[in-house]
Design a protein around this ligand. Structure first.
Ligand code: TXA
Ligand code: MG
Length: 318
């Protein structure tokens, strides 16, 4: 067991320069972000991006998010607009991904954008990944560091569990702050949320000063990545359950549950931020305990609870 963890390292000057060298050679590394851990490669290199798809076993039609230090790096890659500037000014760096039109002149490989005319860009807030982005002169394609369809990693050992020694270096920055992926917003036309995340539609629409962004609307719209089975522990999951069954794992929320060994509480204090942070960790624990079925309590559908319910709904489609 121990040897699969030997590639996990805390950042210091030596490790940072090792990480930079891996990326310059178009090799992949595991990196922390404030949302989930990612699998990073040079977005300008077709070779590097090819490795991402192959390691994740990700279908080629599902494009990747390109990560930048700040907006000074994006001029050659994307066509910008006012909605972008408004959100950028208020919420970046942070857990939000923008879909914008891709410039023909962009050096981002078309493999990373699945041959689409659009590109997904994000400016992560995590200090470690920002240190790394400062040292390189290309952006990074970073999907969540899990096999396609599986559970996103929220700590370094999860990345090792997914890919073992196939990733040469995993940068350790402890548990991720948020625990759920970024909000994906399409700004190519009327603003639409394609994937709910920790930044809520309410917060974003206040910044856009318009009523064009509603929660009801985004339910119908899909990212190419919204394949049915997703974020899944690979075990049948039943949502909105009230009664605990001793034989199954029960994902609870709130103070009324006992401390039985099959009960995994997302937040005893009914705190949705805490629940978001615990969700994937609990999925992974349950998966590793070989339960045959998972029951899940009802989770309030407000704020980040909307993103939690989105992930639960996908995971339940197993
Ligand atoms: O928080 C996050 O966003 C994490 C961290 C590592 O940054 N990344 C992440 O990447 O969640 P990934 O690959 O697991 O999910 C990217 C999502 C997919 O649903 C994909 O379909 C969507 O973004 N996406 C990427 N490019 C797109 C585009 N041009 N149009 C619409 N959706 C796009
Ligand atoms: Mg993912």
């Amino acid at each position: 067991m121990k040897n699969i963890y030997s590639n996990i390292r805390k950042v210091n000057t030596k490790i940072l320069s090792k990480a930079v060298n891996h990326l310059k050679r178009n090799d992949l590394i595991g990196v922390p972000t404030e949302t989930v851990y990612g699998l990073a490669g040079n977005a300008y290199s077709r070779n590097s991006v090819k490795k991402i798809y192959s390691l994740k076993k990700r279908p080629k039609f599902n494009p990747l998010i390109i990560h930048y230090l700040n907006k000074d790096q994006i001029a050659n890659d994307v066509i910008l607009n006012n909605n972008f500037f408004r959100i950028y000014k208020n919420l970046c760096p942070g857990p939000i991904t923008f879909i914008l039109k891709k410039k023909i002149s962009s050096k981002v490989t078309s493999l990373a954008t699945a041959n689409l005319k659009t590109i997904a860009i994000r400016f992560p807030k995590n200090k470690m990944i920002r240190k790394l982005l400062k040292e390189i002169n290309f952006p990074l394609a970073i999907p969540s560091a899990n096999k396609s369809g599986g559970i996103s990693p929220v700590e370094p050992k999860d990345v090792a569990e997914e890919f073992g020694g196939k990733v040469k270096l995993i940068i350790d920055d402890g548990k991720t702050k948020i625990g759920l992926e970024s909000t994906v917003i399409d700004l190519t036309g009327r603003a639409k949320i394609l994937r709910p995340g920790s930044l809520s539609a309410e917060k974003i629409s206040k910044i856009l000063r318009s009523k064009e962004l509603t929660e009801r609307k985004f339910k119908k719209i899909k990212s190419p990545g919204s394949i049915k089975k997703h974020y899944s522990p690979g075990i049948p999951m039943l949502l909105n359950q009230k009664i605990v069954n001793k034989n199954f794992a029960f994902i609870a929320f709130g103070s009324k549950y006992k401390n039985d060994k099959n009960i995994f509480n997302l937040s005893k204090e009914s705190d949705l931020d805490e629940a978001a942070k615990n969700l994937y960790r609990i999925f992974r624990i349950i998966k590793n305990k070989n339960y045959k079925k998972i029951y899940v309590a009802k989770i309030p559908n407000r704020g980040i609870g909307i993103a939690i319910n989105d992930r639960l709904n996908h995971a339940a489609k197993f």
